[in-house]
Design a protein around this ligand. Structure first.
Ligand code: ADP
Ligand code: MG
Length: 637
């Protein structure tokens, strides 16, 4: 709830509401706010004097989660229980991430479908939304602890290249952490705001934001006119960052001390130590010319023994800036190549860029700075701490939304999310709350049953996960869909809100062209207090809602798999042996039972098991129609 405070000087009541800015990073996350006295953004630090919370979640054998530095200790020793880089999985299916499957040292569920990816730790399943919510909860706790006030509102940043699903997943994670996410802001936009760019009324500028973090690199070209930020292009490499610098240092040292990578990985303590020392060396070399470390000073017994047994040629780890620059040169060149492509996509030349903003811890490396500055032909902006700049900008955006920055123009926005009812009574948001209007979005849906000729389109408004808890705005039937197997029709549903706030919903089956539309006035009859109540309800019920959603999704996925398997068995009876048939029937029964029991984890386990069982012969004969039926979302018939 919003908090009422009393101004001690005047004795008047005042609204002391804090809205924080959060950078939910792949490697590190942090929270910032506007200092009430200085009116400047500050990153919130705990006693350890660091604002950074490593984006890592560790689960102990009881399933208790720890986050940040506490969790980081387990990276090498308990890789299967220590989840890093959850951000890479946000809004993704296994098919989206499978080419990089080797990157993850924990179990990412490989169910070979287009449903959203899950992580398995012990016998628990976590969605990337769950995992991110642990990090957000930690940041919320930190902010409340330092500011000594409840924090329920936040602005969260995401990469400019995040799509709708990834943005929605980030909102959901916020909600699950007990935060009302006022807005999702692009990271480069936030960074620009932290440099004061875009805050002048008549300012027009083209800027480049170069962001080199721990595991990802992106460069964005933005055009800023009177406070409006437009992303002209983005480019980058989602698997390139400072961690790769560390890896190159380790490889170099391994050669120097006469050890192979396998030997190093054979000793987890040694691997962990080298990883930490390499990062330390890299940071040291951002300021000094030379780094040295004596491995024999390490007191860890296990490590000493291994080192002795391995007969190292030397215990002395050394690195000069010159050598380091030589090692990372190819990676720097890759990032410059991305800058070339970003400019090309924006149809601009390097000289068209007015300002270059440096973001991400790895831009502290002088060789990186120099290369970027040389490429654009001018000095770069690096005066704001590159680890904090995104969160600081998010805090500035939050302050504008709180109405504290009156000069700043606020565009018309939608106060509540708008969406459709999908399978199981779930709310599928097409236009998230706080979207600028006018706006237009489209999404494709498909049928659930063979030969389904109609589709009910029910439009809802609100923040809850189940439509029954939201407000129904309109409903109509799209009829005349020609008979096709389930999953084949393509129904494009469009939501358009014009400048007057009128919502027009259209549905069109793309193969046959049948079409239907309706017009509604979303705000009609809703008072501000009612909107506020709907928002607060969504926070209070977030946990139940998300659990219910997870159950409904698991059930739908399980039911679909049962359906597909059944169809497959009838069609391809000849391809399957008696034994296979028997185990399949058993796995199907177990899944059916789990669905009846409404136990989410059990449903997921049994779905996974049925997948395992059917995979070999499904692969033998998986035809287009069946894989088609497993794809896409289904609206109630
Ligand atoms: P992300 O945006 O991916 O969460 P960050 O912006 O926090 O990542 O960057 C983290 C990376 O920055 C790590 O690889 C870390 O080693 C690196 N880094 C931090 N400080 C320095 C420094 N002084 N010199 C070089 N690299 C640094
Ligand atoms: Mg970052």
């Amino acid at each position: 709830m919003a908090k009422i405070g009393i101004n001690i000087v005047t004795g008047s009541l005042q609204q002391a509401e804090v809205i924080v800015g959060i950078d939910l990073g792949t490697t590190n996350s942090l929270v910032a706010t506007i200092h009430p006295d200085t009116k400047r953004p500050i990153a919130l630090k705990e006693f350890d004097n660091s604002s950074l919370v490593p984006s890592i979640v560790h689960f102990d054998s009881f399933g208790n989660a720890s986050v940040g530095e506490e969790a980081k200790k387990f990276l090498e020793t308990e890789p299967q229980n220590t989840i890093f880089s959850a951000k890479r999985l946000m809004g993704k299916s296994y098919n989206d991430v499978k080419t990089n499957a080797g990157f993850f040292t924990y179990k990412v569920i490989d169910d070979n479908t287009d449903s959203l990816v899950k992580v398995q730790v012990g016998n628990q399943f976590y969605s990337p939304i769950d995992l991110s919510s642990y990090i957000l909860k930690e940041l919320k706790k930190r902010a409340e602890h330092i500011l000594k006030t409840p924090v329920t509102k936040a602005v969260i940043t995401v990469p400019a290249y995040f799509n709708d699903a990834q943005r929605q997943a980030t909102r959901d994670a916020g909600k699950l952490a007990g935060l009302d996410v006022l807005r999702i802001v692009n990271e480069p936009t936030a960074a620009a705001l932290a440099y004061g760019l875009g805050l002048e009324k008549d300012e027009e500028k083209t800027i480049a934001v170069y962001d080199l973090g721990g595991g990802t690199f992106d460069v964005s070209i933005l055009h800023i006119t009177s406070g409006i930020f437009e992303v002209l292009s983005t480019n980058g490499d989602t698997y390139l960052g400072g961690d790769d610098f560390d890896r190159l240092i380790i490889q170099y040292w391994l050669k120097e001390i006469g050890l192979s990578e396998e030997e190093m990985h054979g000793n987890k303590q040694l691997a962990q130590t080298l990883r930490l020392v390499a990062e330390e060396a890299k940071k040291h070399l951002s300021k000094q010319e030379r780094f040295e470390f004596d491995l024999s000073t390490i007191t860890n017994y296990e490590l000493r023994i291994t080192a002795n047994n391995l007969l190292l040629t030397t215990y002395n780890l050394q690195l000069t800036t010159e050598k380091f620059n030589e090692l990372i040169q190819p990676l720097i060149e890759k990032t410059i190549n991305s800058c070339v492509n970003a400019l090309k996509d924006a149809d601009l030349k390097a000289t068209d860029i007015d300002t270059i903003v440096m973001v991400g811890g790895s831009t502290r490396v002088p060789a990186v700075k120099n290369a970027v500055s040389a490429f654009f032909g001018k000095p770069v902006n690096d005066s704001v701490n590159p680890d904090e700049v995104v969160a600081l900008g998010a805090a500035i955006q939050a302050d504008i939304l709180a109405g504290n920055n009156k000069d700043f123009l606020l565009l018309d926005i939608t106060p509540l999310s708008l969406g459709l009812e999908t399978m199981g009574g779930l709310m599928d948001v097409l236009i998230p709350r706080n979207s600028k209007i006018p706006t237009k979005v489209g999404r494709q849906y498909t049928t659930y049953q063979d030969g389904q000729s109609g589709m009910r389109i029910s439009v809802f408004q609100g923040e809850r996960d189940l439509v029954k808890d939201n407000r129904k705005l309109a409903e109509f039937n799209l009829t005349g869909i020609p008979g096709m197997p389930a999953g084949l029709p393509k129904v494009e549903v469009g939501f358009l809100i014009n400048a007057d706030g009128i919502l027009v919903v259209t549905a069109k089956e793309l193969r046959s062209g049948v079409q239907q539309s309706i017009e509604v006035k979303p705000q009609y009859g809703l008072t501000d207090a009612e909107v506020e109540k709907m928002l607060m309800d969504s926070i209070t019920h977030a946990k139940d809602d998300i659990q219910t959603r997870a159950l409904v999704e698991a059930r739908t996925e399980g039911e679909q798999l049962l359906n597909v398997t059944e169809k497959f068995l009838t069609k391809n009876a000849g391809l399957i042996s008696k034994e296979e048939l028997l185990v399949t029937a058993q796995a199907m029964q177990a899944l059916q039972l789990a669905i009846t029991m409404e136990d989410k984890n059990l449903i997921q386990t049994k779905t996974e098991e049925l997948n395992e069982v059917t995979r070999p012969f499904a692969e033998r004969a998986m035809d287009e129609a069946i894989s088609g039926a497993m794809k896409g979302q289904n609206i109630m018939g």
